[in-house]
Each structure stands twice: as structure tokens, then as C-alpha cells.
Design a protein around this ligand. Structure first.
Ligand SMILES: Cc1ncc(COP(=O)(O)O)c(C=O)c1O
Length: 372
């Protein structure tokens, strides 16, 4: 950061570009685009799909979405006029229940939004096959699961677009920041233009998304798409380059913490903990109080508070229970029973890339007593 400050160049430039190149290489994707947040990556991603030359997303098209995710997974879909078809989550993994996919499909379905919750890979292989079979776009919001893998493949690279967050508490931190990853060059160029005012200046000369004219004066400020300013700072790019080098090690430490957490909680029928699908990058530790038993969550949370252990709702709980949903065009594919259980009976405590074994032992002790 000191080097960037000394250079006097603060806005998107060579450090951001270096981060993007190294990110693309690390995750094995053709293109990576850094933006100002994971939310901005989702917004620019959905916008880019809406400005594709061939079969863009259109208002009234349907997207299949899980009932649990972060609010800004859904907002761009609403903002671009999509209708959402909510599908319940699977209770053990907390990810979209893929057994419901066929029921969720209609002639208007254009896209499936895959979210790997809190580090745990969704059934991305099944979702990819489903999308291929039905000619659908797979949009992968991987903002909670950088570093997770399924069948040896990085989460965030199964989708036609994958998005990542490097917000302060995530697997790498650039303070604020996000990345959009894709192998599709048209999508990438469209997203590049959308990231910065919808202008052409950041596009390579051989791009196919517009025809360059022989007028430098006009070309310097030529606008082709109704875009945003979602540019990251050079400071974030420079920090990202260093953070990326540490990602594997930091994820390995998170996984070591998870080994202890799992061993302490997995055989206790009072607690339902997240069951790993593939290799989780363990953003956090989820605990759902077994709905078949009468354990008072208020009492459990009070004990955590008393012990000065932080906790919160699992991602956002059941999104359908938030006021904002009134602005959405949506329907539900069956009941959201498991999302409600997670909402009403669950919570998570954070993980961190540091040895947390004593803290996890203490968490276990506090919960063991509080749950009676
Ligand atoms: C699933 C999911 N998508 C998107 C985001 C947004 O990321 P950001 O906070 O970088 O905007 C988050 C944030 O935690 C998230 O959990």
C-alpha cells in the first residue's frame, strides 16, 4: 500500500491488472475482472448477460435460485427484470436441493444461480449438467467460497460466470473487492465496459463487441453500454496480489480448524452441522439446533453472548422472509422447509486463518452446557 501511495496512482491501473492476471492463472479461467465488491461482480455479471449479442437475458426470463443466499445475489436479478423461482436448500449442506430442479424448470427458465454457502461447494457438477442439458446459463455466486473445490475443480469456475468477494472477512481480503471470472471473451469485454461507465476505453482493439472508428477524439469518450462505476482501487489490486499468494495456506488453516469443529460436534444429535460436499474452504461453522429436540435458541445465543463468542444468522436466513422481497417478481417451488429451519434454529460462528483450536474447544464447552 505504501508503494501504491508513493506512486500517486490510486485508481484502477497496473496493480489491478496484475491481480487479475494472477487470479485468472490461479483459478484456471481465461478472464478475471476485478471490481469494487462481490456485489458489484454480481451486478456487472447479470448486466453483461443482459447485453450479450446472442440470446441476452431479458425481462420476464426466469432464474432458479436457492432460498438461502446473500441479498446481493438476488438484487441484480430483480434490477434486470428477471422472475425468481425459489428452491429450498438441502439441510445437511445448506445448498440448493438439486432434487427440485426438474420441478423448478419452465419454458421461461434461462438461468440457474448456484451459490456455495459458507465455503461448502454446492452440487455444481449436477447443476452444470442440468444447465447443459436444458441450454441454461449457470451463474455461480462464489462470494462465500473462494478456495473450495469439487472433484478437484475450483468453485467459481463451474459457471458461465463465477463471482468472488474479497471483502474484509472473506478468504482473501482486499478490504473491499470482488472478481468476475469467465472463459467467455464477449462476456468479459462487455463486463469490462460495464465496470467503467460503459465506455470503450478499457477494451482491447480486437474486441468484437463494438466497431472502433477512426476518430480518436470521439473514441476517447465513447459510451456503448449503460454501465456503472464499479472500479477497484490500485490499493486493493496491490493487496490482492499479496493475499492471493497466501490463499492456499489460509484455506489449509481454516480446514484444520474445521477438522476439530467437526470431530467435536458431528456425533452430537443436538447439533446439525454443515456436511461437506467436495472440499469446503470453511468460511464459518454453522450449527442448527435439532428441530426434533426442544432446545431454546434464545438461551443458547444468550450463553454465547455471555461467553463473548460472536454469532449470526446463517448468511441471511430464508431470503423470502426479508421485507425487500416485496419488490421481487417470484414464486416458490414447493415449501422452503429447510431454509426456515436454518432461519429459526440455526446460527454460525466465524472461522479465521489462524489456529482456533482453543476457541473451538471453548465454543463446544459453552454449547454443550447451554443446549442442556
Ligand atoms: C453469497 C454472497 N454473494 C455476494 C456477496 C457480496 O460480497 P461483497 O460483500 O463483497 O459485496 C456476499 C457477501 O458476503 C455473499 O455472501
Amino acid at each position: 500500500m505504501q508503494r501504491v501511495i508513493a506512486s500517486g496512482k490510486f485508481t484502477m491501473g497496473e496493480n489491478v491488472l496484475r491481480f487479475e492476471q494472477q487470479f485468472a492463472e490461479k483459478f484456471g479461467v481465461r478472464h478475471a475482472l476485478m471490481v469494487s465488491s462481490g456485489s458489484a461482480a454480481n451486478l456487472v455479471g447479470v448486466a453483461a448477460l443482459s447485453f450479450l449479442k446472442d440470446r441476452p437475458l431479458r425481462s420476464g426470463d426466469e432464474a432458479i435460485v436457492p432460498a438461502i443466499s446473500w441479498a446481493t445475489t438476488y438484487y441484480p436479478l430483480q434490477q434486470y427484470g428477471l422472475k425468481l423461482r425459489f428452491v429450498d436448500v438441502d439441510l445437511p449442506t445448506l445448498n440448493l436441493d438439486v432434487r427440485m430442479l426438474e420441478r423448478a424448470l419452465t419454458p421461461r427458465t434461462r438461468m440457474v444461480v448456484a451459490v456455495s454457502i459458507l465455503g461448502n461447494p454446492a452440487a455444481l457438477d449436477v447443476l452444470r449438467q442440468f444447465c447443459d442439458r436444458h441450454d441454461l446459463i449457470l451463474f455461480e455466486d462464489n462470494c462465500e467460497s473462494m478456495g473450495a473445490t469439487l472433484n478437484g475443480k475450483q468453485c467459481g469456475t463451474f459457471g458461465d460466470i463465477g463471482t468472488f468477494s474479497s471483502f474484509f472477512s472473506h478468504h482473501i481480503s482486499t478490504m473491499e473487492g470482488g472478481v468476475l471470472a469467465t472463459d467467455n471473451t464477449e462476456l468479459y469485454h462487455t463486463a469490462r465496459a460495464l465496470r467503467a461507465h460503459g465506455w470503450t476505453r478499457d477494451l482491447p482493439s480486437d474486441t468484437k463487441i463494438y466497431d472502433k472508428r477512426d476518430d480518436d477524439f470521439f473514441e476517447a469518450y465513447r459510451f456503448i453500454l449503460p454501465g456503472y462505476n464499479a472500479r477497484p482501487l490500485e490499493l486493493s489490486g496491490a493487496v490482492g496480489v499479496e493475499q492471493l499468494k497466501k490463499l492456499d495456506r489460509m484455506v489449509a488453516i481454516r480446514r484444520e480448524n474445521a477438522v476439530l469443529f467437526t470431530s467435536l460436534f458431528k456425533n452430537d444429535e443436538r447439533f446439525i452441522i454443515q456436511q461437506e460436499n467436495g472440499q469446503s474452504s470453511w468460511f464459518a461453522f454453522t450449527i442448527i439446533l435439532n428441530p426434533a429436540m426442544k432446545i431454546d435458541r434464545k438461551k443458547v445465543l444468550a450463553a454465547l453472548k455471555e461467553a463473548d463468542i460472536g454469532y449470526r444468522i446463517i448468511t441471511g436466513g430464508n431470503f423470502l422472509r426479508h421485507d425487500v422481497v416485496k419488490y421481487f417478481d417470484y414464486d416458490c417451488v414447493g415449501e422452503m422447509r429447510n431454509a426456515d429451519i436454518a432461519h429459526d434454529r440455526g446460527f454460525f460462528v466465524g472461522n479465521h486463518p489462524r489456529d482456533l483450536k482453543p476457541q473451538i474447544e471453548r465454543l463446544h464447552e459453552v454449547l454443550r452446557k447451554a443446549a442442556g
